[in-house]
Design a protein around this ligand. Structure first.
Ligand SMILES: [Zn+2]
Length: 291
């Protein structure tokens, strides 16, 4: 990443030196400075409110946001958001605690609120879509020559991911990788007219047939990794990134937590722009009023 694309703590402190500067930014993200009466909104000194210069109408920009009831200062929230948005391999509560110098409980709560806001949307992928299954966690490795192969695999969490070429990623924790689960994943996440690129596993046959989608398979076992443009390299890169990150950063993630961690990795994958834009995007997700 070029230097101009980086945005770190020093930049953050320069741009948002105090809570007032953060609050001005929150206001501008959610509201217009122009009031419908023709007046302009300005911050009321010493209060977390903005008032119209003409009709005196007041707006409290934090109302209804996750920041409203939090006793954590806005500058610390902004710091947490930047730390999170720059951590492509994820961060644990322990790391967040050290970074912000807050209690573990506070760090845990901040991380939980950010993760909850990053649930994947319901948009469907279309065009050329790579799709592959992944097996995460558990003890031991799979591998063709492992005598305990089926036991090792039973212990692992099963996940399906798909990525639109030049577009977005989706990943979902599934009970198994049966035809039925694949069918359900296609139903939920892939547009009918998409062109699927998968490995040659016959698990896909029934599910894809049932959907009537176009599919090209690449045969891994014959070392035919790239056949024309039929490869699943992006999804495989994603799996290896997720596995490495979970091992390095989180040590152990329970199967119950896995989906929310996947949502975070997917968000990072889908937001591979420069640091400042990613920070802005994450703030934009956190700010809207929760219904
Ligand atoms: Zn007004």
């Amino acid at each position: 990443m070029a230097k101009k694309d980086r945005y770190g703590l020093i930049d953050l402190h320069k741009e948002f030196p105090n809570d007032d500067a953060c609050l001005e930014h929150v206001f501008d993200t959610l509201h217009s400075r122009q009031c419908s009466c023709g007046g302009t909104y300005h911050k009321v000194s010493g209060r977390k409110k903005f008032q119209c210069s003409k009709c005196r109408f007041q707006i409290a920009p934090m109302a209804g946001t996750i920041f409203e009831k939090s006793s954590t200062p806005l500058t610390l929230w902004f710091h947490a958001v930047l730390f999170f948005s720059n951590a492509k391999s994820g961060i644990s509560s322990k790391q967040m605690q050290r970074e912000l110098n807050v209690t573990y409980k506070c760090a845990y709560r901040i991380l939980k609120q950010i993760r909850e806001a990053l649930k994947q949307d319901n948009d469907k992928l279309s065009g050329d879509v790579e799709m592959d299954e992944g097996f995460i966690g558990g003890r031991g490795n799979g591998g063709t020559y492992n005598k305990n192969y089926s036991e090792v695999m039973k212990d692992k969490a099963k996940v399906i991911a798909a990525v639109e070429r030049g577009g977005k990623m989706k990943a979902q924790h599934v009970p198994d990788v049966s035809s039925m689960s694949i069918w359900q994943f296609l139903e939920d996440h892939i547009a009918q007219n998409a062109h699927l690129l998968t490995d040659s596993s016959n698990r896909y046959d029934l599910a894809v047939q049932a959907h009537g989608m176009k599919r090209t398979a690449v045969n891994h076992s014959k070392k035919q990794f790239v056949k024309g443009d039929a490869h699943v390299n992006s999804v495989e890169w994603f799996w290896s990134h997720v596995k490495k990150s979970l091992k390095g950063t989180f040590k152990s993630v329970s199967k119950e937590q896995l989906q929310s961690y996947l949502d975070v990795f997917v968000w990072h994958y889908n937001n591979r722009r420069n640091d400042r834009q990613r920070f802005e995007a994450l703030l934009g997700i956190l700010l809207p009023v929760k219904g």
